[in-house]
Design a protein around this ligand. Structure first.
Ligand code: ATP
Ligand code: MG
Length: 440
């Protein structure tokens, strides 16, 4: 991508409305634009990051055996009347009438709709277990939308829904998502800690919020500090192994971890003082087993091996991609801007032409740009005629992991400078060596 032809509206000044660093940097880097309160456009640079986040989420959902579909944002009120949530949901639900005066709503979540899909075609235990997910916009008319896309009214969610014949089966389905979430957040460059969450009237232990520690987080959290170094389940984790996944779950729930709603002072005080971590956190995911809460009122049942009908046991599993992007920035930035983990960076490398119009600089940059693009890299080429200082500031602000800098003096020697955004380390090398770093 040539910057001269791209759309990346950088702000020089700090936007006054931004209270936290991620919101400030997303606005300054031209990633998002607020359209009305808590409703955002994702501009090209932001969209690239969001797509990469979603690709990782999707990859890990698929690995764990979940199956993607797409459900609409607009839903009929009827389904929600069946479950009883149409009246219970309150003002967060945006209610709409169509031209025939039929009550509709902009979905805040999809349990009812997915249960309807399930009951319309699944009739036998032989078709279970089943886990269906989509990545779709949601709307919740939050009382206090704030911090940019961290807490917005329209936001994206990956929501998965599992269906099992028995509670034991549902626990295995839960453990699959538990392990998949650990892997997902790790690949996004984040350390997320599963914390016991309220299960409400359903009871039991099967609800966890995945929390990232960050000073600007909205939740107050308490946990054992060893979670910071726990091993993440590997790429070859067997998601069909009941014992294997149970062991992962047991390990990751063996130490104290709770948000303030579930906090138990006495249990926390039993943790040796030096191991206690009390901090603020951002909820990036939430998984929940809720048994037959929706399958009973909505009549979602299958025939079991005993020939009888059974209401299916369900769970739901959410991740917020549009919250994850700012959460990643909260965890990874410096005074100059964003520092993207390579896995979600909008570009792999930025080529900076320090003197656009200078034949040698132009030729060198074109050569590198073509070679890296051909090698399948996402390359941003700053071919604008801005001052070098402005280009460096922009490259640091947008946080691309590697910068290849071509200035007249180095180019005259057949060399360029390669800068690591995270460490700031600069290295002068031949043009060929710079290319080979990516191609090899
Ligand atoms: P919160 O407690 O932060 O309001 P929630 O518990 O209502 O969130 P869930 O229903 O568990 O949220 O939704 C699943 C995921 O969707 C959350 O873990 C979060 O990542 C994301 N999410 C929820 N609400 C928002 C929002 N208003 N803006 C952005 N992301 C959100
Ligand atoms: Mg939640």
């Amino acid at each position: 991508m040539r910057l001269s032809r791209y759309f990346m509206p950088i702000l020089k000044e700090n936007p006054k409305e931004a209270e936290i660093v991620s919101h400030r940097l997303m606005l300054r880097a031209g990633m998002i634009r607020q359209q009305s309160q808590g409703i955002y456009s994702w501009l090209p640079l932001g969209k690239r990051v969001l797509d990469k986040v979603n690709a990782i989420i999707r990859d890990e959902q698929n690995r764990a055996g979940a199956i993607e579909l797409s459900m609409p944002t607009l839903q009929s009120a009827e389904l929600w009347q069946e479950s009883g949530r149409y009246d219970a949901y309150g003002k967060e639900m945006l209610r709409i009438k169509d031209r025939q005066d039929r009550p509709m709503l902009y979905g805040p979540t999809n349990e009812e709709m997915v249960t309807d899909i399930f009951r319309s075609s699944v009739k036998s235990y032989k078709d279970l277990p089943l886990n269906l997910y989509h990545i779709q916009l949601k709307f919740r008319d939050e009382i206090r939308p704030r911090f940019g896309t961290m807490r917005s009214r329209e936001f994206m969610m990956k929501d998965a829904y599992s269906f099992d014949l028995t509670r034991e089966g549902a626990e295995h389905s839960y453990n699959k998502m538990f392990a998949a979430y650990l892997r997902t957040f790790d690949r996004l460059g984040l350390r997320a800690i599963p914390m016991r969450a309220d299960t409400g009237p359903i009871g039991g232990k099967l609800s966890h919020e995945f929390i990232i520690l960050a000073d600007t987080g909205e939740s107050e959290v308490f946990c054992h500090k060893d979670f910071v170094d726990f091993d993440i389940p590997g790429e070859h984790t067997d998601f069909d192994s009941v014992e294997g996944l149970q062991a992962i779950f047991d390990k990751w729930t063996s130490l104290y971890a709770a948000t303030s709603e579930m906090h138990d002072e006495a249990a926390f005080n039993a943790v040796p003082e030096g191991d206690r971590l009390s901090a603020r956190g951002i909820e990036v995911g939430h998984i929940f087993y809720f048994g037959t809460k929706y399958s009973e009122p909505m009549g979602a049942k299958v025939q079991g091996p005993d020939g009888k009908e059974h209401f299916v046991h369900m769970g739901s599993y959410g991740i917020g991609p549009t919250r994850l992007v700012p959460a990643i920035i909260e965890a990874s930035h410096d005074d100059n801007g964003i520092i993207w983990p390579a896995s979600v960076a909008p570009f792999d490398v930025v080529v900076i032409n320090m003197k656009a119009g200078d034949q040698a600089c132009d030729d060198t940059c074109e050569l590198i740009y073509a070679a890296l693009t051909k090698a399948g890299k996402d390359v941003l080429y700053d071919d604008t005629d801005d001052r070098a200082g402005t280009k460096f500031a922009t490259a640091d602000l947008i946080g691309v992991p590697v910068q290849i800098i071509a200035g007249p003096r180095a180019v005259a020697n057949g060399e360029v400078e390669v800068k690591d955004r995270k460490t700031g380390a600069r290295e002068t090398m031949t043009i060929e060596a710079a290319i080979n770093r990516f191609v090899a």
